[in-house]
Design a protein around this ligand. Structure first.
Ligand code: FRU
Length: 498
């Protein structure tokens, strides 16, 4: 197998060549979703950061465009965001042709080498051709360093509740909120986060926005916050907070504070490969979805995964929802509905009683196991371990499932193929502790050549991980240790992307 055949994802965005990390500057405009990304085109390891660019009209099939923003004498172009300035508040465009305005972090490698700590500041750039080419603002930086070494990843939104441009910035062990009228002059509002939530590493790549509580007209503000290290299973991961914002200050919701007492932190994804994820801006009022994508890797081994021509891919774009489960707010994720348009064949099994130790659910004579969307309901779950496996006849397997006895979901990639590039990649099983008890569970699984994304209970608990098998996976099976159980409404959707 060539690297392309074996490892290039079928339906996850990966750059044609070179290094990629965080998603940046995502916005929707004129029928296209734009995705920019941390990119070093000249090598397959992290280096001087550019913003790469790709567009899609359905979030699934992407076309890579020329590099959007290049590093310059002020520094590398680190992560950031973009908004469509429909009213031309910045004056960079016109009402007929509204400018797209991006804010990114300038990281100055010269200062860094000299041992200085004020290396990071925020700059802006605008585009008058739908994100294809960009002009940097002449008076950059618009936000100077304020003596904080980790001072980066500005995420802007139009705050339609308080009628202001709003920006959230990561600043070491907290986030700082800023507001603006023209996207050029920014006023510091407040900060949030010291001593709250997970602090195992530096805070990075925040995102902050209001969300309607699913099925009601109540809204709350959600803060996404990536940290590295300190994720639930090691390395980098993204936590979230739910609360209220009065236009200046963010305060945790009372029930969410209680949740944090119990669970310490809540994570958008408990797997090891969903990092620095943020949401698209300018999604139309009629659509109204909160659309998210993350970088499908982990700083623990991202620079070493066994691809040569390119490195890094994104999660499948997901729709976030704010759900109230009993008294608890949860941010759930589900694959975007556009994926349905790619289903080429469906296999259904209504009721399956699993009473043998191992049951093969599907094999390669029926489908290609590197482009699947599988959905099912598990019933009669007792105190037992339910293990699903994706495997091939080279003895590669990736296992995932539910440990009802010890109350966690898991992914185990210890035998998933090439592990030689890193000591920590598959050292231990990844776990997501239950946040509630159940005897029934809806499960959805997306399988690509080198990734698995598992959505439990309508996406209230998610686990995403990558793997590198020696040959394609060939069989999907389930094992259970003691009790019989039932799988209902198993739907296996073969996806086709040609
Ligand atoms: C997160 C991050 C950001 C930074 C970027 C640099 O993965 O460390 O904080 O802007 O990557 O590439």
């Amino acid at each position: 197998y060539t690297e392309e055949e074996l490892y290039r994802p079928n339906f996850h965005f990966a750059p044609k060549k070179g290094w990629m990390n965080d998603p940046n500057g995502m916005f929707y405009y004129n029928g296209y979703y734009h995705l920019f990304f941390q990119h070093y085109p000249d090598s397959n390891v992290w280096g001087p950061m550019h913003w790469g660019h790709a567009i899609s009209n359905d979030l699934i099939t992407w076309t890579e465009k020329p590099i959007a923003i290049y590093p310059d004498e002020k520094g590398y172009i680190f992560s950031g965001s973009a908004v469509v300035d429909l009213k031309n508040t910045s004056g960079f465009g016109s009402l007929q042709n509204p400018p797209i305005v991006a804010m990114f972090t300038y990281h100055d490698p010269v200062k860094e080498k000299a041992g200085k700590t004020d290396t990071q500041s925020q700059g802006i750039a605008y585009s008058l051709d739908e994100g294809l080419t960009w002009t940097k603002y002449e008076n950059n930086p618009v936000i100077k360093n304020i003596n904080i070494p980790d001072f980066r990843d500005p995420k802007m939104i139009w705050d339609n509740i308080h009628k202001q441009w709003l920006m959230v910035l990561a600043a070491g062990d907290k986030t700082i909120f800023y507001a603006s009228k023209n996207l050029k002059d920014w006023e510091l509002l407040s900060d949030f986060g010291k001593g709250i939530g997970a602090h195992g590493g530096v805070w990075e790549c925040p995102d902050f926005f209001p969300m309607l509580v699913d099925g009601s007209d109540e809204y709350k503000w959600v803060l996404l916050l990536s940290i590295n290290p300190g994720g639930p299973n090691g390395g980098s991961a993204t936590q979230y907070f739910v609360g209220d914002f009065d236009g200046k200050t963010f305060k945790l919701d009372e029930s969410f504070s209680q949740d944090l007492k119990q669970h310490k932190s809540l994570w958008i994804d408990y797997g090891r490969d969903n990092y620095a994820g943020v949401t698209w801006s300018n999604i139309s009022e009629t659509d109204g979805r909160k659309l998210f994508t993350g970088w499908m890797s982990n700083w623990q081994y991202a620079n070493k995964v066994p691809t040569e021509k390119w490195r890094g891919s994104m999660t499948l774009p997901r729709e976030l929802k704010l759900i109230k489960a009993g008294n608890h707010f949860r941010v759930s994720s589900q694959p975007v509905r556009e994926l349905q348009n790619y289903v080429s064949k469906t296999i259904k099994k209504e009721v399956l009683k699993i009473n043998e130790k191992k049951t093969v659910l599907i094999d390669k004579s029926l489908v290609d196991l590197s482009r699947l969307d599988i959905q099912f309901t598990m019933k009669n779950l007792k105190k037992d371990v339910y293990t699903f496996s994706l495997s091939n006849d080279s003895n590669n397997a990736i296992h995932f499932g539910i440990n009802k006895k010890e109350k966690y979901f898991f992914i185990d990639r210890k035998k998933s193929g090439d592990l030689s590039f890193s000591d920590v990649f598959a050292k231990q099983i990844s776990k997501a502790p239950f946040t509630e008890d159940f005897d029934k569970m809806d499960v959805r699984v997306l399988i690509d050549k080198t990734s698995i994304e598992v959505f439990y209970n309508n996406g209230q608990t998610v686990m995403t991980e990558i793997f590198f098998p020696e040959k394609p996976m060939e069989t999907f099976s389930v094992t259970k240790e003691n009790f019989n159980f039932t799988i209902e409404n198993l739907t296996i959707n073969q996806l086709n992307f040609n």
